[in-house]
Design a protein around this ligand. Structure first.
Ligand code: MG
Ligand code: ZN
Length: 363
């Protein structure tokens, strides 16, 4: 009889543990934040005109499925017109800093990013960009350097960071450095699986991933093909393994560059590709409650004005105010868990605070 009672007790206590666990999970959902996963997509230089050029040319965009829209004020600590370093740092860390600064405040002190808070809280984290991963926008979430041009130093910060995965270009800042250090080996020592093409990226479904698929930047769309949506899908496949949740930042990097070039056709192409990445994010949110998708920009570029066009033919005509950035407020689109928090008009730094609150992280 004893031999039967003993395993029975184990089974019984397992059932009891099971019950108490599910009980606490149920009560937890009523009192703690609803957001477990955040997918933040930044269209660099993406103002309302860039968005509407894509909507016109493509006969609609997936981002129109967004549930709430807000406006973000983008000025930096040093200028009415921000650059991508200060704009990225403001969104990432809730701190207005000087143009050019990456993950440091206006005095040069390091400021912690939402990605770093997520990692500290046991979540998985990822960075995807259609440019060098060491470029200003993605770097703002991971690195801490006085100037965006210090891309070799930024690459070192990536190696030493707590990030779970990154996918982008910029291999040369890891592999062909002025100090001759081989950061590719260091990445492997830190437990990263290193991928140099999209086949290798797509085969990776767990663990840590460092994907450097171009020496400098992936090409413009459509030449770079499925790079951006496939990278977002690959990132989600890996990040999805963590039951505590994740933070993923995705940059549509080259909307900005086409806008600097005052090239409306190029802007349309980059918008359409960025929107394909948005669809991957929305699809994930649809099948994973507790996922928040936020789509915004660091600033507008080009002072793009749609002075003509045709909804039926998709034709778009643009005039441009500048080949640089502008100060105009940029849109914030949101979808999924906690999305209502992003309605309204607020500072770019509030995006950080809203995410911190929704995750329930403490500073
Ligand atoms: Mg950028
Ligand atoms: Zn720019």
């Amino acid at each position: 009889m004893r031999k039967i009672t003993f395993p029975l007790l184990i089974v019984l206590s397992l059932i009891l543990v099971q019950c108490s666990t599910s009980k606490s999970t149920t009560s937890k959902t009523t009192e703690t934040p609803v957001v477990e996963n955040v997918i933040l997509l930044i269209g660099d230089g993406m103002g309302v005109s860039q968005v509407y050029s894509g909507i016109t040319a493509n006969n609609g965009l997936n981002l129109e499925k967004s549930q709430y829209v807000g406006l973000s004020k983008t000025y930096s600590a040093s200028s009415y017109i921000t650059d991508s370093a200060a704009g990225g740092t403001a969104i990432a860390s809730g701190t207005k800093t000087n143009n050019g600064a990456i993950g440091v405040d206006a005095k040069g002190n390091e400021v912690k990013s939402i990605l770093e808070y997520a990692a500290e809280n046991g979540l998985s984290t990822g960075v995807v960009a259609s440019c060098a991963i060491t470029h200003a926008t993605p770097a703002s979430f991971v690195a801490h350097q006085q100037n965006r041009n210090m891309q070799e130093e930024i690459a070192v910060d990536f190696v030493n960071s707590a990030v779970t995965l990154f996918i982008g270009g910029g291999k040369k800042y890891f592999a062909e450095r002025s100090d001759n250090a081989n950061l590719m080996d260091q990445l492997k020592d830190k437990g990263f699986q290193v991928a140099l093409d999209m086949d290798a990226v797509k085969k990776t479904t767990s663990g840590k991933l460092a994907a450097l698929v171009a020496d400098e930047h992936p090409s413009t769309y459509p030449d770079r093909g499925e790079f951006l949506p496939e990278s977002v899908q690959a990132a989600l496949n890996i990040l999805d393994n963590n039951s505590k949740g994740f933070f993923l930042i995705v940059e549509g990097s080259q909307i900005d560059w086409e806008s600097h070039d005052n090239n409306a056709a190029g802007v349309v192409n980059e918008m359409i590709d960025f929107d394909r990445a948005i669809k991957v994010a929305f699809d994930y949110a649809d099948s994973n409650p507790g996922t928040l998708v936020v789509i915004t920009a660091d600033h507008e570029t080009g002072g793009m004005a749609l002075t003509g066009g045709d909804i039926k033919t998709g034709d778009v005509k643009a005039n441009w105010g500048t080949t640089g950035h502008t100060s105009v407020m940029v849109p914030v689109f949101s979808y999924g868990a906690g999305s209502e928090e992003f309605a309204g008009i607020y500072e770019n730094t509030d995006i950080f605070s809203k995410l911190m609150n929704l995750y329930g992280f403490e500073k």
